[in-house]
Write a protein that binds this ligand. Sequence first.
Ligand SMILES: [Zn+2]
Length: 165
Amino acid sequence: MMKLFDAHCHLQDSRILSKTPQLIKAAQDSGVVNFAVNGVCEQDWLSVKQLSITHPSVLPSFGLHPWYVTERSPNWFNKLKEYFDSTPSAAVGEIGLDKGSHGKKIDFSEQVEVLRQQLELAKELNKPASVHCVRAYGDLLELMKSLLIGSCWRQMHPTRYQSRT
Ligand SMILES: [Zn+2]
C-alpha cells in the first residue's frame, strides 16, 4: 500500500474531535502514516498536544492563525513558547495572513505583527512553519524576505550544495 502523509489537517477541531480516533484509524487503514495537526488558537493547543501523545502518528504544530488574532490573550506568545519548550518535536502553524472575505475583517497590521513574531520564533527554534495565505502574497513575501532570506536561505544553500557533492 502506498504510504501517505497528511501534511495539513485540524483533527483537534471541536466539531470533529469526538470522532478523531475513528478518523485516524480509517485514514491509517488507507495508508496515511502521519498527520500534521495544526493548532490555530490558544484554546486548541492543548488538544493538539494531547492528540500527539495519544496518537504517535500525529505530528503537532502550534500557532496563532490570522482569523484568531483578535482573540489572543496578552500572554499568548509566552504560552506558545512554553508549548514548544514542552513539545520539542512540534512545528509552527498554522500561522499566516488573510485578506479574504473573513480575514479582511481582522486588522491587517495586527495580523502582520502576530505572523512576524511567530516566523521569528520558527527561525530561532529552527522549526518548519505551516503558512496560510489568502490574497496577501505580496505582503507575505515582503515579510519573509525581511526575516528569513537574509540568513536562512544563505544557510540553506550551502547545506544543499554540500549534500550533493
Ligand atoms: Zn488549516
